[in-house]
Write a protein that binds this ligand. Structure first.
Ligand code: CTP
Ligand code: MG
Length: 193
């Protein structure tokens, strides 16, 4: 097992969730998910940063990347290039047409986790876009995991072994920061976090 192997396996497994989150930022806007409503504490339920279009487009993009993965997996396995990458090879079995619903759970769960974080941020009186370290980087990972665990615990336990979980938790904040700085530079995001 090499670092590159476990990293590749982790990214493959997380890809529908990894894509959903930034694509919500690219395509989001319009009607907020909370419909502009306020919570009893006098603050917005989620805020204007969580929109219906962002949720729908992010989920759709997550499913689209999942379909590409489903198409690629048998080719990668057949090509034999992964003979020295046992973990990545194993992860390729995660997404197939029979587990298409799990692709949805990963993408949708990521955005639910992101919205849950906004809910908590609003309760803590943090404005839209305010930095909330660690949660900003891992909200969507936890959302994806919670949803797949609820509806497909067996699948989750098969693919998310202890070391894959550790790798995702360490690598995601770094990847997230890198993509957000990129998003900020190309003006898709207002803050570089
Ligand atoms: N976005 C969206 N719909 C979603 C998620 C994100 O439209 N369900 C868009 C919004 O334009 C949002 C941007 O993506 O501003 C960046 O997302 P994020 O950083 O999660 O939102 P913030 O604006 O930082 O708001 P919050 O403080 O609630 O996290
Ligand atoms: Mg933010």
């Amino acid at each position: 097992m090499t670092l590159i192997d476990i990293l590749a396996a982790s990214i493959w497994l997380m890809l529908p969730a990894y894509i959903a989150n930034p694509m919500a930022a690219v395509f989001g806007g319009g009607t907020p998910m909370d419909l502009g409503k306020y919570f009893p504490d006098g603050r917005r339920i989620l805020g204007n940063g969580k929109t219906i279009r962002g949720l729908a487009a992010g989920t759709a993009c997550g499913i689209a990347i999942g379909l590409i993965q489903i198409g690629l997996a048998p080719r990668l396995i057949a090509s034999g290039v992964l003979d020295n990458w046992p973990l990545f090879h194993g992860a390729l079995g995660a997404y197939s047409l029979s587990t298409l619903s799990i692709v949805f759970l990963m993408a949708f769960g990521a955005l639910l986790g992101d919205s849950a974080e906004s809910f908590i941020k609003r309760r803590l009186d943090l404005e839209r876009g305010a930095m909330f370290p660690v949660a900003d980087q891992l909200d969507f990972v936890l959302g994806a995991w919670v949803l797949t665990y609820i509806f497909a615990a067996c699948w989750f336990n098969t693919y998310f072994s202890f070391w894959i979980i550790v790798t995702v938790l360490v690598a995601t904040p770094l990847l997230h920061l890198a993509t957000n700085i990129l998003g900020y530079l190309i003006k898709v995001k207002k803050e570089p976090w």
